[in-house]
Structures are given as C-alpha cells and as structure tokens.
Design a protein around this ligand. Structure first.
Ligand code: DC
Length: 218
C-alpha cells in the first residue's frame, strides 16, 4: 500500500505523516529530508549549483540511502552518515528548495524514492509524491493551510526546539519557498487531481490524522 501526503512548507505534513505511518504499520518516507541532505552536501563541498557540470559531478559522488529504525521510520543517510541533526536549519531549508529545482537532483532522488516504495507499505511525504513519484498510489492526500497559519506553526516549532525565530522573517522565507516550489519547471507543487484536499487551518493535528485514517481504513 502506498499513501502519499503532499503540501507546502509548514503545513504539518511531517507530524501527520509520521502518525499515519505508525497507525497503519507503514514505513514513513520523508522525501524533503533527501533534498535537504543533498543541500547539505552542496554546502559542505561549496558546490555552485548553477554550474551544471559541477552539480553532476557532486551527484555522481554522492549516495543517499536509508536506515530502517526500530519504530518503522527511515533515517536518511548521506554518504552512509545519518545527517538528521544537521538538515533542519533555515539555511538548509532555503538551499533544499534551490537544489530541488534542478532536474538531475530530482532524477536521482525520485529513483531512490521509487525503490523505497518497493520495500513494503509506505507513507510518502513531499511535494510531488501523488503527482509524479507515485501516480498510482492507493491513497493521496494534499494538506493546505493559510500562509499566516503555516508561518505561525513553523515559528512555534523553531522556538520549541530552542532556536531564535522572528515571525515576519519566517513568513517571508515560507512565501519565497512556496513560490519556488510551486513555480519550478520540474514537478512543481500542486495537488494531484485525485488527491483528497484537507485544509488544516482550523484543525488540530489529531483531527487531520483521524480524517486520513478514516479515509484509509474506510
Ligand atoms: O518538506 P521539506 O520542507 O523538508 O522540503 C525541503 C525542500 O525540498 C522543499 O522546499 C522542496 C523540496 N522538496 C521537493 O521538491 N520535493 C519533495 N518531494 C520534497 C521536498
């Protein structure tokens, strides 16, 4: 079984996807973490992502893999190393959206994502899971919320994890990333025509999870 959960930044996809995976006994695939891992690598190596040859060279020498955790989730490994603790910074958020516009980056990651889809039942979270990576998924969901609410959630999340954050700045970055993720040529963010759209603006996380679980379990 493949369940896809797509939507813009800050809509709460990760929390919801993780919970849905747990409740349905699926593996949780966080594809944003894969783009973030590639972004981290470009930052470490000082790669100019506008230079196609340089980017290709870096991609050829880069492995993105997974480790299955006891709780059923998959940790993303960059060149064999778990980089989870290094990819959730504002700089990597911005850079991940930049690298995600590049066709060779997407081609590499999409093939790894489809491979993960053959490992068993999965909940795949991202921007193009229902539209492009798994067009024949059993269940497709698209989460939305107003820009203000998404910025507020992202801001609260940063504060909770002990990071300094300025709400207007968080909102500005979110709008920038939304625009780039939705307007790029390769697999732009948009709902799949057969996805169930859930506006989460006025919903609690548990209500969103319940809606998805009811749809999946009929
Ligand atoms: O979900 P996230 O914020 O961790 O994703 C980081 C960036 O990666 C996001 O701005 C766009 C890109 N991304 C993508 O293009 N396609 C996906 N399936 C997942 C993420």
């Amino acid at each position: 079984m493949i369940i896809t959960i797509d939507g813009p930044s800050g809509v709460g996809k990760s929390t919801v996807s993780k919970a849905v995976a747990e409740k349905t006994g699926c593996i949780y695939l966080d594809t944003g973490a894969m783009y973030r891992a590639i972004a981290l690598k470009t930052a470490i190596m000082g790669v100019d992502i506008q230079n196609g040859a340089e980017l290709l060279r870096m991609l050829e020498g880069t492995s993105v893999g997974f480790r299955k955790n006891p709780d059923g989730s998959l940790s993303v490994l960059l060149d064999g190393e778990d980089v989870a603790g290094r990819i959730r910074t504002p700089a990597i958020s911005r850079l991940s959206s930049d690298v995600a516009t590049k066709k060779p980056v997407r081609e590499k990651l999409v093939s790894i994502q489809r491979e993960a889809g053959r490992m068993g039942s999965i909940v795949a979270e991202g921007r193009d899971m229902g539209t492009f990576v798994f067009p024949d998924a059993d269940f497709k969901f698209y989460l939305t919320a107003t820009t203000e609410e998404r910025a507020r959630r992202r801001w609260a999340q940063l504060r909770e994890s002990g990071k300094e954050a300025d709400l207007p700045e968080v909102e500005k970055e979110l709008v920038r990333r939304d625009r780039q993720d939705s307007e790029r040529a390769e697999s732009p963010l948009h709902p799949s025509p057969n996805a169930v759209i859930i506006d989460t603006t006025n919903l609690l996380t548990d209500e969103v999870i319940s809606k998805i679980i009811s749809a999946v379990q009929g």
